[in-house]
Design a protein around this ligand. Structure first.
Ligand SMILES: [Fe+2]
Length: 513
């Protein structure tokens, strides 16, 4: 006889054991009904001597009030950090208070750890242990010998499919995972979802908290967080489709209230530092992560400070063209962030400067055949901003690689000083990751792919499946594998490499590997 309890435990443990299947020794435990750790664990923001450990308690992740089925009172959460996954060599431990006003989230900011080291961590509350996470500190400043194995992806739409790309990314055991936006989608229910979500469109704090909790309760999301530290930036759907600065797509609810709710839930649910704690509708997201002297990863926010969309005053993937795109005062980063980034590049002594950001950076004519069409949501809508950044990369002689999300397909290309001049030199490389699930299974190529590549000769590669990008970065080269999956509408698809490139310092071109 199948009891309700067995069904429940079976349902949960299927996910949990699948999540732990990659690293079975890392936590062989079953989730009981009262398990407060159903959202898993995460770490992020590594420095040479520290990292952030994160968890959020929830006994019922899909409680519609967004409170995760937690009581309306503080809960003590203990944590441990060890050098081994069996916790024989515990190097730090402590306790935090998870507060209902922070959705029972916990952010532990560690300092004084060894540089370039692997650690394991776990939490304990209400006599239950969390699963075990693995994390890393960054190498000591100046260190050139330690490679950076960085994977990045974007756009995880729960209703669009299974998060198998997260599983495949975790299996590679990278050193660092960068997420480039659309970690959640604020949308209401689809007519034909691959997976049903709880709650409707995210409009308030309860809605965003619930959506984040549903994602964190996903076992494949948990695998990817448990394997390595993450660095995250948002794009539009973490808040609302196509928002630009203080201007929403929809007037209701009042946008700054909605944005404040989305920002609060974003902070609560991500392994971010206190420096990224929101102040109402404002959150300082741009920052740099340093990986010894091998790489600086500059994480940009192209949403919060951008001017309105050119030519239309609102968003559109490909808008009508007009001279406003070239207006010299237009900015996608805002002047403060632009100055900060200029200084980061000027002062950088790393071999590589990686720019983790949201939207297409290279010029891209999206119109197949006659005529031209540019996205006014990407940097094509902010040409002067792009020219200033491209010039800075060139002037300071940085080996820059732009890492991009948003478009739900893999692309690779070369950033030019002048896209109209076929002889114009390449100044940087751009790697655009596809989505985790957004847009469904996709195809390797579309009927217009060949023509699009021909009409944009600086663009060298396309793949239209779901997946992630895997890189191995050393002082002598950056190796890039575009990883693709045949499907996400059914679980467990394997990943394959749809394109491989090598980039060498001093030569911002894409070389087939
Ligand atoms: Fe997206």
């Amino acid at each position: 006889m199948i009891t309700r309890r067995a069904l429940f435990a079976g349902g949960v443990s299927l996910g949990m054991s699948a999540a732990l299947g990659v690293t079975p020794a890392r936590a062989a435990r079953r989730a009981p009904i009262s398990d407060p750790f159903q959202l898993g664990v995460a770490s992020g923001e590594p420095t040479p001597d520290g990292v952030v450990l994160w968890t959020r308690l929830a006994m019922n992740p899909i409680a519609l009030d967004g409170r995760g089925g937690m009581p309306d009172r503080p809960v003590t959460v203990e944590w441990q950090l060890a050098e081994d996954e069996n916790f024989r060599k515990i190097v730090r431990s402590g306790a935090e208070t998870a507060l209902p006003e922070s959705a029972h989230s916990v952010h532990v900011e560690l300092e004084g750890l060894r540089p370039g080291a692997e650690y394991f961590y776990r939490f304990k509350a209400a006599n239950e242990l969390s699963l075990v996470g693995r994390t890393l500190t960054a190498p000591a400043p100046g260190t050139r010998t330690r490679a950076l194995n960085l994977s990045f992806t974007s756009c995880a739409d729960y209703q669009a499919g299974w998060f198998t790309p997260y599983r495949r990314m975790a299996e590679d055991e990278p050193d660092l995972i960068a997420f480039l936006g659309d970690y959640i989608y604020e949308y209401g229910d689809y007519k034909y979802p691959v997976r049903d979500q709880a709650g409707g469109e995210c409009l308030d704090l309860a809605g965003y908290r619930l959506r984040h909790a549903q994602h964190k309760a996903d076992p494949e999301t948990q695998m990817a967080h448990a394997i390595a530290p993450w660095v995250v930036v948002w794009d539009d759907h973490d808040i609302e489709n196509a928002w630009a600065g203080d201007v929403p797509e929809q007037p209701d609810p009042p946008f700054l209230e909605r944005r404040a709710a989305a920002f609060q839930a974003y902070y609560e649910n991500m392994p971010l530092r206190r420096a990224q704690k929101p102040d109402g509708a404002y959150l300082h997201l741009y920052r740099s992560i340093r990986w010894g002297a091998v790489a600086n990863l500059h994480l940009l926010d192209t949403r919060q400070y951008r001017d309105l969309y050119a030519c239309t005053g609102k968003s559109g993937t490909v808008g009508p063209d007009c001279m406003e795109r070239f207006e010299p005062n237009r900015t996608i980063l805002g002047s403060e962030q632009e100055s900060w980034l200029d200084k980061e590049l000027k002062d950088s002594a790393a071999t590589w400067d990686l720019l983790g950001q949201q939207v297409f950076f290279m010029e891209m004519d999206w119109t197949n055949g006659e005529g031209k069409g540019y996205s006014n949501e990407g940097w094509d809508g902010y040409v002067a901003s792009r020219n200033r950044l491209t010039a800075a990369i060139d002037t300071y002689k940085r080996n820059a690689v732009v890492l991009t999300g948003d478009v739900h397909s893999h692309w690779a290309g070369e950033v030019k000083r002048d896209y109209q001049d076929p002889e114009s030199k390449s100044v940087a490389v751009e790697l655009v990751t596809t989505s985790v699930t957004s847009a469904g299974d996709g195809l390797d190529e579309y009927p217009d792919t060949t023509v699009l590549l021909q009409e944009n000769p600086h663009v060298k590669f396309f793949n239209g499946r779901r997946g992630y990008v895997r890189t191995r970065i050393t002082e002598s080269e950056m190796k890039v594998d575009f990883r693709s999956l045949a499907r996400v509408t059914e679980p467990y698809a394997p990943a394959y490499t749809s394109g491989s490139f090598v980039i060498e310092p001093g030569d911002p071109t894409l070389n087939p590997a």
